[in-house]
Design a binder for this molecule. Structure first.
Ligand code: SF4
Length: 215
C-alpha cells in the first residue's frame, strides 16, 4: 500500500501532466452546475454539455424549473441516459431548493444530500467546484486509479476509498486530487488499456509493474 507521502507525490506527478484538471461540465450558476452534475450520472460530460445551453436558457432559476412541466424537461434532456428519472429529479430538486432553501443552492453536504437526485458524490463535486469547500468525490476513475496505485485497499468501497484518501492526503489538495485522478483515469490509466509503459507513476505502481511484466 502506498504511504501518505507516496500518495501525495503521485497526486503531484498527476498535476504535472494535468495542471488544469477541473470539471468539464459547463454551467453559468451554482444551480445550473448542480443540475449538470445530477444529469452526468452514467452519461458523459460531453453529452450533458450539449443539451444544457437550451435547458439553462429555458429554466434560469430554481423558481422557473420548480414550476416546469415534467414532459417539457424530458424532451430537453432526452439525449442522455435515464432522462425520465433525471427530469423528475431536476424538477423535484428545484422545488426543494425553493421550498427549503429560499431558492439558493445549499452549501453543506447534508443539505445538498437532502435534495432529490443528489447523492454523496454529486454533493461533494458541488461543494468543491461551486464553493471551494474541500471534498474528495469518488467516481469510477478515482476508484480505479486509487486501487491500481494501491492508495487504498482492493476491497475498499466508495466510502472507504473517500475516507482513506482524505486521511492520507492533506485537505488542501483534496479538490485537485479529485480532478487529477479523474483526468488520470480518463487519459493515462484508462479502464481497458492503461499506458503503463510510459506512465510516470510506474516506479511506485504495483499493478503497472505487473502489467508491464506480463505484456
Ligand atoms: Fe495506471 Fe499503469 Fe500508471 Fe499504474 S503504471 S497508474 S496502472 S497507467
Amino acid at each position: 500500500m502506498l504511504s501518505a507521502e507516496e500518495c501525495l507525490k503521485a497526486i503531484e506527478i498527476m498535476g504535472e501532466s494535468f495542471p488544469d484538471a477541473h470539471s468539464s461540465l459547463t454551467a453559468d450558476t451554482d444551480f445550473h452546475f448542480l443540475l449538470a452534475v445530477i444529469m452526468s450520472a452514467q452519461t458523459t460530460d460531453k453529452a450533458v454539455n450539449l443539451l444544457t445551453p437550451k435547458l439553462f436558457e429555458t429554466y434560469k432559476t430554481p423558481y422557473e424549473l420548480a414550476k416546469a412541466d415534467i414532459n417539457d424537461v424530458m424532451s430537453l434532456i432526452k439525449t442522455i441516459g435515464l432522462y425520465r428519472n433525471k427530469a423528475k429529479y431536476l424538477v423535484a430538486c428545484a422545488q426543494k431548493i425553493v421550498s427549503d432553501f429560499a431558492g439558493i443552492v445549499p452549501q453543506t453536504r447534508k443539505e445538498l444530500m437532502s435534495l432529490p437526485g443528489v447523492g454523496r458524490k454529486t454533493a461533494d463535486v458541488v461543494l468543491a467546484e461551486c464553493f471551494g469547500i474541500p471534498a474528495l468525490a469518488v467516481d469510477t476513475h478515482v476508484t480505479r486509479v486509487s486501487k491500481r496505485l494501491r492508495m487504498v485497499a482492493q476491497s475498499a468501497d466508495v466510502l472507504k476509498i473517500e475516507r482513506t484518501l482524505m486521511k492520507k492526503l492533506p485537505e488542501s489538495v483534496w479538490i485537485d486530487a479529485h480532478f487529477r485522478m479523474i483526468y488520470w483515469g480518463r487519459y493515462q490509466c484508462t479502464a481497458r488499456s492503461p499506458k503503463c509503459e510510459t506512465c510516470p507513476l510506474l516506479g511506485i505502481c504495483a499493478e503497472g509493474k505487473q502489467r508491464v511484466k506480463t505484456n
